[in-house]
Ligand binder design. Structure first.
Ligand SMILES: Nc1ncnc2c1ncn2[C@@H]1O[C@H](COP(=O)(O)OP(=O)(O)OP(=O)(O)O)[C@@H](O)[C@H]1O
Ligand SMILES: [Mg+2]
Length: 198
């Protein structure tokens, strides 16, 4: 087993084609609360991963263990979108963004809000775009929640990929509008207009 990453919340291991995500103990939290939180988040992430699998490209879920607070899923090969986005050929980047928008719309149509749409939570496997890290995700019927999900993605584009952000995000919205709820796009304009989430 090889440790890939130790984040603030989780350790990620690779083991023979599997990715194991272990939610680690936070010492500043009271044990009982810490256990409860990690258990809920592990369960929630696994549930969203499973639900999303029939809708969009996400790693396949193999196992959830609430005792060890681990999720075992498919290891997706490829590049983190964050690392390749700016270097992609323009046409390929635009197509990727349209697809990104379509997949996000598919999630939202099924009332799944990802909660952390950044290019660090997407992998490009050949020309296939995968989404992961549903740790902050939730289910919601609210147009507002979907608009905020999109807004966070725009913010990532602006901060991490500013050279391409405008055209790229327009392409995301094009893909989103083709499949999803136009009200969410309308609401996005309001969300961004009023500055609450800036
Ligand atoms: N299924 C997977 N296949 C391949 N690599 C993965 C997979 N899941 C995660 N990774 C790698 O591990 C890194 C961290 O994963 P992830 O984003 O799920 O955790 P995190 O952001 O540290 O945790 P959290 O947001 O839950 O606190 C990713 O950036 C990616 O490089
Ligand atoms: Mg992440």
């Amino acid at each position: 087993m090889e440790l890939l990453k130790q984040g603030a919340e989780a350790k990620l291991w690779e083991d023979e084609g599997f990715l194991i995500k272990e939610r680690i103990k936070k010492n500043y939290r009271i044990d009982e609360i810490d256990n409860k939180l990690r258990k809920t988040r592990t369960r929630k992430e696994a549930k969203l991963l499973e639900k999303s699998h029939s809708l969009i490209n996400v790693p396949k879920l193999y196992n959830v263990d609430e005792k060890s607070m681990t999720i075992t899923m498919e290891f997706v090969h490829g590049d983190l979108v964050k690392n390749v986005f700016d270097e992609l050929n323009e046409r390929i980047r635009v197509n990727l963004c349209v697809d990104m928008g379509k997949q996000i719309a598919e999630l939202h149509n099924n009332n799944i809000v990802h909660g952390d749409l950044t290019t660090s939570n997407m992998i490009l496997n050949k020309d296939k775009l995968f989404f992961f890290d549903f740790g902050l995700g939730f289910e919601s019927l609210r147009v507002e929640d979907k608009a905020v999900d999109l807004h966070l993605l725009r913010q990532t584009f602006e901060s991490k990929h500013y050279l391409h952000s405008e055209k790229a995000f327009d392409s995301v919205l094009r893909g989103y509008s083709a499949k999803g709820d136009k009200n969410a796009v309308e609401r996005l304009k309001k969300v961004e207009g009023r500055g609450r989430y800036k």
